[in-house]
Design a protein around this ligand. Structure first.
Ligand code: NAD
Length: 497
């Protein structure tokens, strides 16, 4: 039995009723606020095509109020010892743990990821907030030698002020923590704008915040479209840093808007990750892990392998194994009664984009050994798990981000050729290589022009690493020490005694 559409709601933050549907309210200065007039945006369950809630496309006034609240709260927040700020982060992580099952169901319903992965997302979010809290005693300045007698030069690490966190839909709950955790521990306050596709989990996050003692104004939430709320935040004089995760196209627009006030940027953008399979690789392991990375969240992960370069000598054997893995992938409704490995694509536009790229590859000579078309389950947005062979470097499917369960395979004659083709891209987020030769692995790590390389493992980063793209995949990065320091600015004091 499937739960009826919307049966999970309204579990979220404060909502008002609008013709039978829950309309979320912004969370500003510690209060839920109705956004007033303006367009209402419906939120759909992508597995069932049903409307599950709605958000306002908030007015510029709401953005002004949220930024003003964050600015007002920031001075006292920054004056708190970092260890006290850490205490509030731990209060939030405790609430996330207590409510993990509800969070997972809300994520699954609006975003479409399988429930087990949504549970991992909730647990990882709590762990991430705790990890960021641990930085409280580790943020350090410097004392620099002076050229003058009796002078001290101190370098302080200070907060940048108000941060705007603009989010995508693919790991929507975790990304709140990835923006909020490092921003708050370093003394900034934040205004979050969730994706229009996945606001329900953010509303739930706001409700959990109200159950903690976090001072008002430190975390604010404003709903709306990118072109209105996102732009208003980016162009706001009092927003001193925009931390954005999303597409290259939007990142580029945000850069242009941030130029207005010379606003600091942290951009986590799209990718076109190559996976290289060398003849000495464990082919079973390579097929399993590449499939696992590509079908996780239905291929809607920025760092998942998007194109495979396999040495010709082992290509047939590898493709055979990969095809068996992809064929065995079950898909459907994550909250339905059948066990599945993969949920729906986020929306109809996502399916159309995948279809256009696969169709164009097929027309240019590629062959689908499994999948290759839209899946009709009677409802929802589904695309068949797909393996494409006879692909060439000049095909769109090799050049453009697909963001779906599709693996195009290109045969190569050598490691040199694989590295050259892998680097032949304007993206530079992640890459992977499967080999049992340490020299080959190290050469790949040295020569792949990407922010991350995974050797003999699935593409999934650790919170203590540094997730950052080269090229058009971004500026700055998240996680670990370097991610924390991104949220600070330096201040030098020259003290003559
Ligand atoms: P998107 O760029 O369409 O939207 C992301 C957010 O930006 C949304 O909240 C949207 O409302 C907002 N937005 C849109 N136009 C805006 C504007 N002009 N000004 C300010 N904000 C604006 O991306 P998406 O479809 O939500 O997410 C998928 C993309 O995100 C993929 O390209 C994926 O690779 C990328 N992504 C990257 C990472 C990473 O860590 N590098 C992680 C997850 C997703």
């Amino acid at each position: 039995m499937q739960p009826p559409a919307g049966a999970l709601g309204p579990p979220h933050g404060k909502t008002e009723r609008m013709s039978g549907m829950e309309l979320h309210q912004n969370f500003i200065d510690g209060r839920f606020e109705a956004a007033g007039g303006g367009e209402r945006i419906e939120v759909l369950n992508p597995a069932r095509d049903t409307v599950i809630s709605a958000i306002p496309d908030s007015s510029p006034d709401a953005v002004d109020q949220a930024v003003a609240a964050a600015k007002k709260a920031q001075r006292d927040w920054a004056r708190l010892p970092a260890i006290n700020r850490a205490g509030y982060l731990r209060q939030i992580s405790a609430k996330v743990r207590e409510n993990a099952e509800e969070i997972a169901r809300v994520i699954s319903e609006e975003q479409g990821k399988v429930l087990d992965l949504a549970r991992v997302e909730a647990a990882f979010t709590a762990a991430y907030l705790d990890y960021m809290a641990e930085w409280a005693r580790r943020i350090e300045g410097e004392i620099i030698q002076s050229d003058r007698p009796g002078e001290n030069i101190f370098l302080f690490r200070q907060p940048v002020g108000v941060v705007a966190g603009i989010l995508p839909w693919n790991f929507p709950f975790f990304l709140i923590a990835r923006k909020l955790g490092p921003a708050l521990i370093t003394g900034n306050t934040i205004v979050v704008k969730p994706s229009e596709e996945t606001p329900n989990n953010a509303a739930l996050f706001a409700r959990l915040v109200t159950e903690t003692e976090l001072p008002k104004g430190v975390f604010n939430l404003v709903y709306g479209r990118g072109g209105t709320v996102g732009r208003a935040l980016t162009r706001h004089i009092d927003v001193r840093m925009v931390s954005f995760t999303g597409s290259v196209e939007t990142g580029s627009k945000i850069m242009a808007d941030a130029a207005t006030n010379i606003t600091k940027l942290n951009l986590e953008l799209g990718g076109k990750a190559p996976a290289i399979v060398i003849r000495d690789a464990d082919l079973d392991q390579a097929a399993k892990l590449i499939k696992a990375s590509r079908t996780l969240n239905t291929g809607q992960v920025c760092n998942a392998p998007e194109r495979i370069y396999v040495e010709r000598k082992v290509a047939d054997e590898f493709v055979h194994k990969l095809t068996a893995e992809m064929k065995a992938t079950r898909y459907g409704d994550p909250l339905g009664d059948q066990p599945i490995d993969m949920g729906p694509i986020i929306n109809k536009a996502g399916v159309s984009k995948i279809k256009a790229l696969v169709d164009s590859a097929l027309a240019a000579g590629a062959e689908a050994v499994t999948g290759g078309k839209v899946a009709d389950l009677g409802q929802g947005n589904h695309y068949e798990p797909t393996v494409l062979v006879n692909c060439r470097q000049d095909m769109e499917i090799i050049q453009k981000e697909t963001f779906g369960p599709v693996l195009p395979v290109v045969q190569v004659d050598s490691l040199d050729e694989a590295l050259a083709l892998a680097n032949d891209t304007t993206y530079g987020l992640t890459s992977s290589i499967y080999t049992n030769d340490i020299k080959t692995a190290l050469r790949a790590c040295n020569e792949l022009n990407f922010g991350e390389t995974y050797v003999n493992r699935e593409n999934f980063e650790a919170m203590q690493g540094f997730h950052a793209g080269h090229g058009r995949s971004g500026i700055g990065g998240a996680d670990g020490k370097h991610g924390v320091l991104e949220h600070t600015q330096t201040h030098i004091a020259y003290i003559q005694t």
